[in-house]
Design a protein around this ligand. Sequence first.
Ligand code: SF4
Length: 162
Amino acid sequence: MRNYRNSGQGTFTSTVKTTADHGDIQQEVDVTQGLRKRILCPSASAEVKSVLLGVVQPNGSVGFIKDRIEVTREFLDIATRGGGLPETRFRFSSPCLGSACKQWANGGCSLPERLADLISRSDATDAPLPECSIRDQCRWFDQRGSDACRICPKVITRDNSQ
Ligand code: SF4
């Protein structure tokens, strides 16, 4: 099974680079008592108060978590124990940075369109949509609807080379 990884480099090589540079995300999250009202990035960096969206399964696909779980400092400490980035094993969601994100182009997030071009229909699952916890606020779903959800489980935010 292929996975499509992201790093915020803004260019494609042999793997898909997707994640935003979230340098300002901590401030965004800290002021977000109203996180539930915000448009959310479904492939964000691991941060305290981000949403734990899913867990990378042994088969390389992301298993989504139905309930919304807020990431704590303790979780991040455990997730980074032994080395490796949490984004290699989990998916996180944080407020979309909009035009402040390097993945933003032409008035929207460029990633769902680019990923759709790279993930063939045979790789995109025809199973029911994942029961994720952020659909009503998800940037990718907002832009591409269920097509985004069908490729989303194939996306891992970072790999160990990043
Ligand atoms: S693209 Fe779909 S499955 Fe992925 S996080 Fe957004 S709503 Fe959930």
